[in-house]
Design a protein around this ligand. Structure first.
Ligand code: CTP
Ligand code: CA
Length: 229
Protein backbone atom coordinates (compact mmCIF):
# COMPACT_ATOMS: atom_id res chain seq x y z
CA UNK A 1 0.00 0.00 0.00
CA UNK A 2 1.07 3.57 -0.58
CA UNK A 3 2.53 5.31 2.47
CA UNK A 4 -0.12 7.31 4.27
CA UNK A 5 0.16 10.40 6.44
CA UNK A 6 -3.14 9.57 8.10
CA UNK A 7 -3.09 8.70 11.80
CA UNK A 8 -4.18 5.14 12.72
CA UNK A 9 -6.17 6.54 15.63
CA UNK A 10 -9.32 4.49 14.91
CA UNK A 11 -7.47 1.16 15.02
CA UNK A 12 -9.53 -1.44 16.86
CA UNK A 13 -12.66 0.75 16.83
CA UNK A 14 -15.91 -0.37 15.26
CA UNK A 15 -17.81 2.43 13.54
CA UNK A 16 -21.23 2.35 11.89
CA UNK A 17 -22.17 5.08 9.44
CA UNK A 18 -25.43 5.68 7.60
CA UNK A 19 -25.36 7.41 4.22
CA UNK A 20 -27.59 8.35 1.31
CA UNK A 21 -31.31 8.95 1.11
CA UNK A 22 -34.23 6.75 2.03
CA UNK A 23 -37.02 5.87 -0.39
CA UNK A 24 -40.57 5.57 0.88
CA UNK A 25 -42.65 3.32 -1.33
CA UNK A 26 -46.08 4.28 -2.68
CA UNK A 27 -46.57 1.18 -4.80
CA UNK A 28 -44.27 -1.46 -6.31
CA UNK A 29 -42.75 1.04 -8.77
CA UNK A 30 -42.97 4.46 -7.06
CA UNK A 31 -41.51 6.14 -4.01
CA UNK A 32 -41.00 9.46 -2.23
CA UNK A 33 -37.28 10.25 -2.16
CA UNK A 34 -34.72 12.99 -1.75
CA UNK A 35 -31.61 14.29 -3.51
CA UNK A 36 -29.00 13.00 -1.07
CA UNK A 37 -25.89 11.81 -2.95
CA UNK A 38 -24.45 9.85 -0.02
CA UNK A 39 -21.02 11.37 -0.68
CA UNK A 40 -20.47 12.72 2.84
CA UNK A 41 -21.29 9.40 4.49
CA UNK A 42 -19.06 7.53 2.01
CA UNK A 43 -16.20 9.96 2.72
CA UNK A 44 -16.64 9.35 6.46
CA UNK A 45 -16.50 5.59 5.85
CA UNK A 46 -13.45 5.79 3.59
CA UNK A 47 -11.48 8.03 5.95
CA UNK A 48 -12.41 5.94 9.01
CA UNK A 49 -11.17 2.80 7.24
CA UNK A 50 -7.94 4.60 6.29
CA UNK A 51 -7.48 5.52 9.95
CA UNK A 52 -7.80 1.87 10.98
CA UNK A 53 -11.48 1.49 11.94
CA UNK A 54 -13.64 -1.56 11.33
CA UNK A 55 -16.31 0.16 9.23
CA UNK A 56 -19.91 -0.77 8.48
CA UNK A 57 -21.69 1.53 6.04
CA UNK A 58 -25.49 1.38 6.01
CA UNK A 59 -26.36 2.85 2.63
CA UNK A 60 -29.70 4.06 1.35
CA UNK A 61 -30.02 5.36 -2.18
CA UNK A 62 -26.92 7.20 -3.42
CA UNK A 63 -25.44 8.60 -6.57
CA UNK A 64 -23.52 5.87 -8.37
CA UNK A 65 -20.82 5.57 -5.68
CA UNK A 66 -18.25 2.79 -5.45
CA UNK A 67 -18.10 0.94 -2.12
CA UNK A 68 -15.48 2.62 0.11
CA UNK A 69 -12.35 0.50 0.36
CA UNK A 70 -12.28 -1.54 3.54
CA UNK A 71 -15.91 -0.99 4.54
CA UNK A 72 -18.69 -3.55 4.84
CA UNK A 73 -21.77 -2.18 3.06
CA UNK A 74 -25.35 -2.98 4.13
CA UNK A 75 -28.00 -1.73 1.70
CA UNK A 76 -31.38 -0.41 2.76
CA UNK A 77 -34.36 1.26 1.07
CA UNK A 78 -36.87 2.86 3.42
CA UNK A 79 -36.40 4.72 6.68
CA UNK A 80 -37.85 1.74 8.56
CA UNK A 81 -35.26 -0.57 6.95
CA UNK A 82 -32.51 1.91 7.78
CA UNK A 83 -33.75 2.00 11.36
CA UNK A 84 -33.62 -1.82 11.70
CA UNK A 85 -30.15 -2.00 10.18
CA UNK A 86 -28.79 0.79 12.39
CA UNK A 87 -30.14 -0.80 15.58
CA UNK A 88 -28.63 -4.17 14.63
CA UNK A 89 -25.28 -2.83 13.46
CA UNK A 90 -24.77 -0.25 16.21
CA UNK A 91 -25.16 -2.69 19.10
CA UNK A 92 -21.43 -3.29 19.58
CA UNK A 93 -20.13 -0.15 17.86
CA UNK A 94 -17.79 2.40 19.41
CA UNK A 95 -19.07 5.17 17.13
CA UNK A 96 -22.40 5.66 15.35
CA UNK A 97 -22.75 8.38 12.70
CA UNK A 98 -26.09 9.30 11.12
CA UNK A 99 -25.17 10.99 7.85
CA UNK A 100 -28.20 9.61 5.98
CA UNK A 101 -31.00 11.84 4.71
CA UNK A 102 -33.93 10.09 6.38
CA UNK A 103 -37.39 10.85 5.01
CA UNK A 104 -39.35 12.61 7.75
CA UNK A 105 -42.61 11.07 6.48
CA UNK A 106 -43.73 7.91 4.68
CA UNK A 107 -46.98 7.15 2.85
CA UNK A 108 -49.57 5.63 5.19
CA UNK A 109 -50.65 3.18 2.53
CA UNK A 110 -48.46 1.01 0.33
CA UNK A 111 -50.46 -0.16 -2.68
CA UNK A 112 -49.92 -3.86 -3.39
CA UNK A 113 -50.14 -3.27 -7.13
CA UNK A 114 -49.28 -0.34 -9.38
CA UNK A 115 -51.61 2.62 -8.83
CA UNK A 116 -53.57 3.22 -12.05
CA UNK A 117 -54.27 6.66 -13.49
CA UNK A 118 -57.97 5.85 -13.97
CA UNK A 119 -60.45 8.54 -14.99
CA UNK A 120 -60.97 10.37 -11.69
CA UNK A 121 -59.11 13.10 -9.80
CA UNK A 122 -56.05 11.76 -7.94
CA UNK A 123 -56.30 11.10 -4.24
CA UNK A 124 -54.06 12.97 -1.78
CA UNK A 125 -51.17 10.95 -0.40
CA UNK A 126 -51.58 10.55 3.35
CA UNK A 127 -48.31 10.59 5.28
CA UNK A 128 -47.17 9.21 8.63
CA UNK A 129 -44.17 10.47 10.62
CA UNK A 130 -41.10 8.23 10.51
CA UNK A 131 -39.34 7.42 13.79
CA UNK A 132 -36.39 9.63 14.68
CA UNK A 133 -33.65 7.03 14.30
CA UNK A 134 -30.93 9.25 15.75
CA UNK A 135 -32.92 9.92 18.94
CA UNK A 136 -33.59 6.17 19.24
CA UNK A 137 -29.90 5.34 18.79
CA UNK A 138 -28.94 7.86 21.48
CA UNK A 139 -31.46 6.27 23.87
CA UNK A 140 -30.24 2.74 23.06
CA UNK A 141 -26.53 3.48 23.14
CA UNK A 142 -24.08 1.37 25.11
CA UNK A 143 -21.69 2.84 27.68
CA UNK A 144 -18.99 4.94 26.06
CA UNK A 145 -20.51 4.80 22.59
CA UNK A 146 -20.10 8.09 20.70
CA UNK A 147 -23.07 9.22 18.59
CA UNK A 148 -22.74 11.81 15.82
CA UNK A 149 -25.55 13.55 13.92
CA UNK A 150 -25.71 15.79 10.87
CA UNK A 151 -27.98 18.74 10.17
CA UNK A 152 -28.40 20.98 7.15
CA UNK A 153 -29.80 24.34 8.17
CA UNK A 154 -30.62 27.53 6.30
CA UNK A 155 -31.52 29.90 9.12
CA UNK A 156 -34.92 31.63 9.06
CA UNK A 157 -36.93 34.26 10.96
CA UNK A 158 -36.69 32.09 14.10
CA UNK A 159 -32.88 32.20 14.13
CA UNK A 160 -29.63 31.67 12.24
CA UNK A 161 -27.90 28.41 11.34
CA UNK A 162 -26.08 28.21 14.67
CA UNK A 163 -29.29 28.82 16.61
CA UNK A 164 -31.03 25.94 14.82
CA UNK A 165 -27.93 23.76 15.24
CA UNK A 166 -27.80 24.32 19.00
CA UNK A 167 -31.48 23.49 19.33
CA UNK A 168 -31.05 20.29 17.30
CA UNK A 169 -27.99 19.21 19.31
CA UNK A 170 -30.04 19.47 22.50
CA UNK A 171 -33.13 17.81 21.02
CA UNK A 172 -31.19 14.86 19.65
CA UNK A 173 -28.89 14.33 22.63
CA UNK A 174 -25.87 13.50 20.44
CA UNK A 175 -22.22 13.93 21.41
CA UNK A 176 -21.41 15.78 18.19
CA UNK A 177 -23.59 17.53 15.64
CA UNK A 178 -22.18 18.59 12.28
CA UNK A 179 -24.19 21.57 11.13
CA UNK A 180 -23.96 22.39 7.45
CA UNK A 181 -25.04 25.86 6.42
CA UNK A 182 -27.04 25.46 3.22
CA UNK A 183 -28.48 27.96 0.76
CA UNK A 184 -25.70 30.53 0.29
CA UNK A 185 -26.10 34.26 0.39
CA UNK A 186 -28.63 34.11 3.18
CA UNK A 187 -29.19 37.43 4.92
CA UNK A 188 -29.28 35.69 8.29
CA UNK A 189 -25.73 34.43 7.83
CA UNK A 190 -23.07 36.37 9.65
CA UNK A 191 -20.01 34.34 8.82
CA UNK A 192 -18.92 32.61 5.69
CA UNK A 193 -18.42 29.20 7.27
CA UNK A 194 -19.39 25.89 5.77
CA UNK A 195 -20.94 25.22 9.16
CA UNK A 196 -20.17 24.30 12.74
CA UNK A 197 -19.17 21.28 14.71
CA UNK A 198 -21.12 21.42 17.96
CA UNK A 199 -20.30 19.28 20.98
CA UNK A 200 -22.51 18.22 23.89
CA UNK A 201 -20.04 20.08 26.16
CA UNK A 202 -21.00 23.33 24.41
CA UNK A 203 -17.94 23.74 22.18
CA UNK A 204 -18.69 25.35 18.81
CA UNK A 205 -16.01 24.94 16.16
CA UNK A 206 -16.51 26.76 12.86
CA UNK A 207 -15.93 24.45 9.90
CA UNK A 208 -14.15 26.11 6.98
CA UNK A 209 -15.19 25.38 3.42
CA UNK A 210 -13.48 22.26 2.11
CA UNK A 211 -13.96 18.86 0.56
CA UNK A 212 -16.13 16.10 1.99
CA UNK A 213 -12.92 14.20 2.81
CA UNK A 214 -11.67 17.19 4.79
CA UNK A 215 -14.95 17.40 6.67
CA UNK A 216 -14.74 13.65 7.35
CA UNK A 217 -11.23 14.14 8.81
CA UNK A 218 -12.52 17.00 10.98
CA UNK A 219 -15.33 14.80 12.31
CA UNK A 220 -12.98 11.90 13.17
CA UNK A 221 -10.52 14.34 14.78
CA UNK A 222 -13.37 15.42 17.08
CA UNK A 223 -14.54 11.84 17.77
CA UNK A 224 -11.15 10.38 18.75
CA UNK A 225 -10.75 12.35 22.04
CA UNK A 226 -14.26 11.21 23.09
CA UNK A 227 -13.36 7.51 22.79
CA UNK A 228 -12.51 5.62 25.98
CA UNK A 229 -9.58 3.24 26.24
N1 CTP B 1 -32.57 11.68 11.43
C1 CTP B 1 -32.93 10.42 11.87
N2 CTP B 1 -34.22 10.00 11.73
C2 CTP B 1 -35.15 10.80 11.17
C3 CTP B 1 -34.80 12.10 10.72
C4 CTP B 1 -33.48 12.50 10.87
O1 CTP B 1 -32.08 9.70 12.39
N3 CTP B 1 -36.40 10.37 11.05
C5 CTP B 1 -31.17 12.12 11.64
C6 CTP B 1 -30.42 12.51 10.38
O2 CTP B 1 -29.73 11.39 9.84
C7 CTP B 1 -29.44 13.55 10.91
C8 CTP B 1 -30.20 14.21 12.05
O3 CTP B 1 -31.22 13.28 12.43
O4 CTP B 1 -28.29 12.97 11.48
C9 CTP B 1 -30.82 15.52 11.71
O5 CTP B 1 -31.69 15.38 10.61
P1 CTP B 1 -32.61 16.60 10.23
O6 CTP B 1 -33.46 16.23 9.05
O7 CTP B 1 -31.76 17.82 10.15
O8 CTP B 1 -33.48 16.74 11.57
P2 CTP B 1 -35.01 16.54 11.88
O9 CTP B 1 -35.08 16.07 13.31
O10 CTP B 1 -35.67 15.66 10.87
O11 CTP B 1 -35.59 18.02 11.83
P3 CTP B 1 -36.00 18.95 10.57
O12 CTP B 1 -35.94 18.13 9.32
O13 CTP B 1 -37.38 19.41 10.90
O14 CTP B 1 -35.00 20.09 10.61
CA1 CA C 1 -35.64 15.99 8.58
Amino acid sequence: AAPSALPRDLEGRRVVISAGGTREALDPVRYLGNRSSGKQGYALARVAAQRGADVTLVAGHTADLADPAGARVVRVGSALELRDAMHTESRDADVVVMAAAVADFRPVELAASKIKKGDRDPEAIRLAVNPDILVELVKARSAGQVVVGFAAETGDEAGDVLHHGRAKLARKGVDLLVVNAVGDGLAFEQEDNAGWLLTAEGDEHPIPHGSKSQLAATVWDAVVPLLGT
